[in-house]
Design a binder for this molecule. Sequence first.
Ligand code: NAD
Ligand code: TYD
Length: 361
Amino acid sequence: MLTETIVVTGGAGFIGSNFVNAWVRHKLGTVINLDKLTYAGNMENLAGISQNPHHIFVHADIGDRVAVKALLETHRPRAILNFAAESHVDRSIHGPDAFIQTNVVGTFNLLEEVRAYWQALPVDEQQQFRFLHVSTDEVYGSLGPNDPAFKETNTYQPNSPYSASKAASDHLVRAYHHTYGLPTLTTNCSNNYGPYHFPEKLIPLVIHNALSGKPLPIYGNGSNIRDWLYVEDHCSAIREVLAKGKVGETYNIGGWNEKTNLDVVHTLCDILDQERPKAQGSYRDQMTFVKDRPGHDARYAIDASKIEQELGWKPEETFETGIRKTVRWYLEHHAWVARVTSGEYQHWLNKNYHERGEELA
Ligand code: NAD
Ligand code: TYD
């Protein structure tokens, strides 16, 4: 018999840990959290539920078929949500191998074990089961200034090794539904921000550097546009898709919040100027324009009408409310930031910013 248990992969990362924490907090059932604990995975993100019997952590790779098989047979989950991935575009430019291994080969191995588990279930349980794949809007490529926002029907045109590897995983998930009938759901979400965001990404990096008195590196001229969604809104959308999504479908998730990078950095500096004023001047004084990212996508924007109309989902936060909450979270969690920015992180800063003429380490 299927249990009320779900499996989350990558649940020690940014979005996964927000999802797992909310799932346990809302008492929605037991979560088996499978994570490899790469540099991006952090058990401290799960400290609040470490003693909770409804959270079981398994240290493993999604590509480890023996571990995945054992976990499925032991826990008999009703759903698997695949958050696990290498997720940073700049790292994918410096070293694409890990992206192919986890995002493509890992997802393939996971799908194979899930297919074997699912095919052995009685028919009624097969119908209840779901495999939900968490993906990104970056698979659609880059928009021009006047192009309409990404719809689920847009063609895939990934431009970075990261987005190409995510696109490949989306295609595998689609094929497993089409060929084997595996009850899949795929979500393609825009850029997230919020608590537990690793400070290699723009928003937490800028907050951390601002408070450390370091340069705030802006790639190119800062005119690139991203569509920002508060992470808890992404998690609520995933819960809606899991509960009500139509099998085999894909859902775009976004909050209609297009901003240039310059707008985002200005907003962060202005909030910090209010919340933690400097002795002299503004955090804006630390802004520095640096060498651009190769192949830098100009604009992402999500058309979220399908999930809004078909599933009734809407984000709760505006960019203004979400970004202020986020800044306050970082101000209150200095020890978390200090711990995740020691060690390997310093090597990354050297690798990514030294060639851009900035010493951030
Ligand atoms: P993250 O890098 O913060 O976390 C990834 C997690 O996956 C980490 O805990 C890591 O240890 C784990 N992991 C990596 N490789 C693994 C493997 N082989 N086996 C098991 N665990 C492994 O990523 P995130 O920002 O939380 O993103 C989660 C998912 O959401 C990803 O699939 C990403 O593509 C997607 N997504 C992210 C964003 C965003 O803005 N961050 C937006 C849309 C979609
Ligand atoms: P990022 O947070 O890496 O997300 P993604 O590349 O997946 O959208 O970057 C967001 C935007 O910010 C992107 O246009 C690149 C830019 N950026 C900077 O300008 N400076 C930085 O130091 C970083 C990390 C990103």
